[in-house]
Ligand binder design. Structure first.
Ligand code: KIV
Length: 274
């Protein structure tokens, strides 16, 4: 059996050590978001090694227009479902806005809830220098931490919109934040909406894997929100590639069902009990 992260041997969960070990060999691997057990099962069976229960659930599950309103209580049941629906993938829980910024103690309390109540294997939080004490506290408590730099959606109001980050001099700050997160013990780092050359330089400078989303082809891994890659999202960002037309397929299927109900063609004899 292959020891590759993507599609490698099943039988046990992928660990953060497996993820870090893949970097020197140059394996590029996929991460997707997941928010429920059945979808998680599909991705797990396909060999996806890491699933993120993103705070993007705020939009794609709960219908908010940003990630800000979603709470720990909203995300814990989704995380638990993804853990139950998978047997191989490492499941990373996103710490939502307001659940870790106040202090390392708050971060620890929140992360511990995701580990104890949902069975998450790691957590993700957004930011650089301002969250280093939080990262250190979590890592020293034995909780693997994934960092997230660039367009960190929880700071959308400070950024004044969803725009590319790290151009010009702010690229140096992002590089410094990336190195500081690695030094604080983060096991991997999401880079969202940053110029390709900056993502390449950060990837080369770090010994932990980088996971790109709108960061070009040079990062160690790539992540997409599953509703984006499956074509369910109506107006996806430029960095999204649509691999399926789920919106169109669902529209066709539900209309076919509705038409058959109207005409009386459904249910037929084979769908009925005698
Ligand atoms: O919440 C999320 O889905 C994310 C990914 C887009 C990285 O943070």
């Amino acid at each position: 059996m292959s020891s590759a992260l993507y599609g490698g041997a099943a039988g046990r969960r992928v660990t953060v050590r497996d993820i870090q070990a893949a970097k020197p060999g140059g394996e590029k691997w996929p991460m997707v978001t997941a928010y429920d057990a059945m979808t998680a099962r599909v991705f797990d069976d396909a060999g996806i090694p890491v699933m993120l229960v993103g705070d993007s659930a705020a939009m794609v599950v709960y219908g908010y227009d940003s990630t800000l309103p979603v709470t720990v209580d909203d995300l814990i049941p989704l995380t638990a479902a993804v853990v139950r629906g998978s047997s191989r993938a490492l499941v990373v829980a996103d710490l939502p806005f307001g659940s870790y910024q106040a202090s390392p103690a708050q971060a620890l309390e929140t992360a511990a809830r995701f580990m104890k109540e949902a069975g998450a294997h790691a957590v993700k939080l957004e930011g650089g220098h301002r969250v280093l004490p939080q990262v250190e506290a979590l890592v020293s408590a034995g909780i693997p931490v994934m960092g997230h730099l660039g367009l960190t959606p929880q700071s959308v109001n400070a950024f004044g919109g969803y725009r590319v980050q790290g151009r010009g001099q702010s690229g140096d700050e992002l590089m410094a934040d990336a190195k500081a997160l690695e030094h604080a013990g983060a096991f991997s780092l999401v880079l969202e909406c940053v110029p390709t050359d900056l993502a390449d330089r950060v990837t080369a400078a770090l010994s932990i894997p980088t996971i790109g989303i709108g960061a070009g082809p040079g990062t160690d891994a790539q992540v997409l929100v599953w509703q984006d890659l499956m074509g369910l999202t109506e107006r996806p960002a430029k960095f999204v590639k649509k691999y399926f037309d789920l919106h169109g397929e669902m529209d066709r299927a539900v209309r076919a069902f509705a038409d058959e109900v109207s005409s009386g063609a459904f249910p037929a004899k084979e769908h009925s009990y005698s």
